[in-house]
Ligand binder design. Structure first.
Ligand SMILES: Cc1cc2nc3c(=O)[nH]c(=O)nc-3n(C[C@H](O)[C@H](O)[C@H](O)COP(=O)(O)O)c2cc1C
Length: 342
């Protein structure tokens, strides 16, 4: 029904509008009696054999929702109806920010892909915290944190991550540090290990002050040169980082079937969805081999269905996440994957 009826209607609207409408609709649906229960009954799949413990957290299944869908942390409970065992909210910055000018999200239906240059638009950490306080999460929540686009000095950047981390600490179960978004000027420079350690070390120091241990992951780009990645992995294994999210969108346009003129007209942005899969899979394989499986990996990028999910887990991912696959395949995407993985 999603692909025949709902998706064609949604795809009549601009991609960003359709995204915002869907989230609003979900929050509205929650007020309709039995709606949540019906959705859970139809789309959720529970099984002992799918449970998995990673970095000390027991996940009901290995499939989560990637950052970028619930940017403001206001729809996690509704999105969990569709079987995700964890939801990554954000990326959230200390101060609200509008992101890049519109249009900034484009569909490439022939490729089952998206190109986005959203620029981490979000309502800020305080908004997310207010919402979490009002609507207690019924799903494992991961906060993706990032610096504000206006923060340019090393000191401001480090302070942004510290603020976001310490303010959110009591409200979520785990963190991803986003240093790999291609749509924010200078953000990917933080993948250079000397900068990365300046950002992560203070967070690891801060974590010691809290009673409860919350895992901290680093999200890397699939475009990162291997020598740079090796340095990151060495640092992560030595410093106490709990895992790697591999990875973000790519700036590559390789392998697209969409008309080249149209792709060029869209311009800059990160490509996600089916064409990203091979690149993400290689990244996961590489990290798994390089670290000898010592760093848990969240595999993300181009997982559209059961086949890619299984390949990603076979490559060494402990958990996987969907973003574009959820938009193209719809609400039963997770259930189909879990049926296969079981
Ligand atoms: C519209 C959109 C917004 C995104 N926003 C973020 C973000 O704020 N932070 C982040 O770490 N990743 C963000 N991503 C990247 C996704 O989390 C994911 O890493 C990427 O899209 C690859 O997965 P996919 O092929 O399943 O979409 C975004 C992706 C899309 C499509």
């Amino acid at each position: 029904m999603y692909k025949q009826l709902i998706r064609p209607i949604l795809f009549r609207f601009s991609a960003e509008r359709a995204h915002n409408m869907t989230l609003k609709l979900l929050r509205f649906a929650r007020r309709i009696p039995l709606c949540a229960n019906m959705a859970k009954l139809i789309f959720r799949r529970k099984s002992q054999s799918l449970q998995i413990e990673v970095f000390g957290i027991k996940f009901p299944n290995p499939v989560g929702l990637a950052a970028g869908i619930d940017k403001n942390g206001e729809t996690y409970n509704e999105l969990a109806w569709f079987g995700f065992s964890f939801i990554e909210i954000g990326s959230l910055t200390p101060e609200p920010q509008p992101g890049n000018p519109k249009p900034r999200l484009f569909r490439l239906p022939q490729d089952k892909a998206l190109i986005n240059r959203m620029g981490i638009n979000n309502k800020g950490i305080n908004y997310a915290i207010d919402h979490i306080m009002k609507d207690k999460p019924k799903v494992i929540l991961c906060a993706s944190i990032a610096k504000n686009s206006t923060s340019a000095s090393d000191e401001d950047i480090v302070n942004d991550y510290k603020r976001a981390f310490s303010r959110m600490y009591d409200f979520v179960d785990m963190f991803t540090v986003n240093v790999s978004c291609p749509n924010v000027e200078g953000l990917q420079n933080l993948q250079d290990v000397s900068y990365l350690s300046d950002v992560i070390d203070p967070l690891l120091d801060l974590r010691i002050c809290y009673d409860k241990y919350k895992p901290l992951l680093v999200k890397v780009s699939p475009d990162i040169p291997r020598e740079e990645l090796d340095e990151i992995l060495n640092y992560c294994m030595l410093s106490g980082v709990d895992g790697i999210v591999a990875g973000n969108t790519t700036t590559s346009r390789e392998g697209l079937v969409t008309n080249q003129a149209r792709v060029e007209k869209i311009g800059k942005g990160g490509l996600s969805g089916a064409p990203l899969f091979e690149r993400s899979l290689e990244l996961v394989k590489y990290i798994h081999q390089y670290t000898n499986g010592r760093l848990p990996i969240v595999g993300v990028g181009g997982i559209m269905g059961p086949e890619q999910a299984k390949l990603m887990m076979d490559a060494g991912a402990s958990l996987i996440e969907l973003c574009t696959g959820f938009i193209y395949e719809g609400p039963s995407a997770v259930k189909k994957i879990l049926k296969h993985l079981r």
